[in-house]
Design a protein around this ligand. Structure first.
Ligand SMILES: [Zn+2]
Length: 477
């Protein structure tokens, strides 16, 4: 191990997963350049004197949360108290959306991002559509809500891709927006594109924040605006995200009005490419599935939200087989736990297909890490040269994870057995240290800026209470 150059950070961990070719290695020294990328990985070392020692027992690449709506976090538990489906849940979500302003949104989002960091997520894709004031009147800076989210991520220390969404109509038939939905709208595809272009020129990529664009869905975005969004993403070389076929009703409406499946519509508009990430992709025809695979699109699975909302179980292993690249997202934040999200890709499909082993352990880890960094337009994830120095370390000391101490001791078992134990049985509570771009953001389960979990919980509780407000939420009966 050579001494660190000026501005370089040296990290040391006892044991780390270095990918399927190497498996777990002991005594791992990771050198990080000032920009936050890994420049060297050495193994079988003692901790160098200058190194920052990463606590916990086993280090993995940091998890990437490919799909988030930060303000949905306020609904945790609230929406469980009444019966209802996706559409009645949406009414509750609108009630929260109606209350937020740039200050309260920044506070809530920064605390939600801190919760993500504690859970082991090092990056997030924020799918942002709460753009304007009540009745759709722009703030004096029309990107003020976007700036709040950028500030929130910087305060929390999470890597962010802000995906600015085009949201213009209430249904595939072009029915107009009303009520709180007006806050989401830029009136036209051109209006949206103009505002986003303004943000792009003011807020180019920083070390830990980037921009991308989103088409909310085929429900909310008319055909010409989908084409505009795809063209803007292509021209600016940005990630393009879209909610796709989450609910059967969306498919039925799209077929009825346009005679196309949502995937066919996106294909017609030139919106399917390697830069595209289809979020959910739950209800697909064989043609849809093949087309997403052929275009090497990303597909972001959000299993804890999909089961919370009763969406259904997406054909994720078949999509991966067809050529799509999977990632995970905590979406509505019913749960923020990358372990739960990652294993649910496999476990949900076991239930629906009555078979095991549909996705291999490494493929699940890739969905939780490198698939997300690809979807959000960042360099590779992984503990290797050229990847982002985004890491999460796991404490193996809880009864939940107790077992043979290391892969090397598992006579006759593959090294990935330890990885499988972590992914299939671990939880966000097992996270010890979180590193973003070489910087330690969470140490011993405590956020560097927000203090002990109890202090963070109290502040987050207050932000949620404010977002829910004192007004009674609309009845879903
Ligand atoms: Zn979503």
């Amino acid at each position: 191990v050579s001494p660190a150059a000026a501005g370089e950070v040296t990290l040391f961990c006892d044991q780390a997963w270095l990918g399927p070719d190497v498996g777990f290695a002991w005594g791992v020294v990771i050198s990080v350049a000032p920009g936050g990328l890994i420049t060297a990985v050495d193994t079988r070392c003692g901790p160098p004197a200058s190194a920052v020692r990463i606590g916990g027992d086993v280090c993995l690449p940091g998890f990437v949360n490919g799909h988030s709506h930060a303000f949905h976090r306020a609904l945790r538990g609230v929406s469980e108290t009444r019966a209802g489906d996706f559409w009645t849940w949406r009414e509750l979500m609108y009630a929260v959306a109606s209350r937020l302003d740039p200050d309260s949104y920044r506070e809530l989002a920064s605390l939600v991002y801190a919760e993500m960091l504690l859970a082991g997520y090092t990056a997030v894709g924020e799918f942002h559509y709460l753009h304007h004031q009540k009745d759709g009147v722009p703030y004096s800076d029309p990107n003020e809500m976007s700036l709040s989210l950028l500030a929130a991520a910087a305060a929390a220390g999470i890597r962010l891709t802000l995906l600015d969404a085009c949201y213009l109509q209430a249904g595939v038939d072009g029915s107009p927006l009303s009520g709180v939905q007006l806050r989401f709208s830029d009136s036209s595809g051109e209006g949206w594109s103009e505002r986003v272009t303004r943000l792009l020129s003011a807020e180019r990529a920083s070390e830990t924040a980037r921009l991308g664009v989103a088409i909310h869905s085929v429900r909310a975005t008319p055909r010409p605006a989908i084409t505009t969004g795809a063209a803007l993403a292509g021209f600016e070389d940005l990630p393009l995200h879209v909610h796709l076929s989450e609910q059967r009703r969306e498919n039925e409406e799209c077929l009825k009005v346009l005679g196309l499946t949502p995937t066919q519509l996106l294909a017609d508009c030139g919106a399917l490419s390697r830069h595209t990430t289809a979020v959910h992709a739950t209800h697909l025809t064989d043609w849809d599935l093949g087309r997403l695979g052929l275009a090497e699109c990303g597909v972001c699975a959000c299993p804890t939200t999909e089961r919370d909302l009763g969406d259904g179980i997406g054909p994720f292993s078949a999509l991966a087989e067809a050529g799509a690249v999977l990632s995970i997202g905590s979406d509505s934040h019913a749960v923020i736990d990358p372990f739960e999200e990652t294993r649910a890709i496999e476990l949900n499909e076991r239930l629906s297909r009555e078979r095991r082993g549909l996705s291999r352990v490494q493929a699940l880890l890739d969905a939780g890490t490198s698939g997300g960094s690809r979807a959000l337009g960042w360099p590779a994830a992984g503990i290797r040269v050229g990847a982002m120095a985004d890491l999460v370390s796991i404490r193996m000391g809880s009864p939940r994870l107790a077992g043979p101490p290391s892969a090397g001791n598992l006579d006759g078992l593959p090294a990935s057995a330890l990885l499988a134990r972590i992914l299939f049985s671990g939880s966000s509570s097992d996270v010890d240290t979180v590193v973003v771009g070489g910087r330690v953001v969470v140490r011993e389960g405590e956020h560097a800026a927000y203090g002990p979990p109890r202090a963070l919980a109290e502040r987050l509780g207050n932000a949620v209470t404010e977002a829910l407000g004192v007004q009674p939420l609309p009845s879903t009966r």
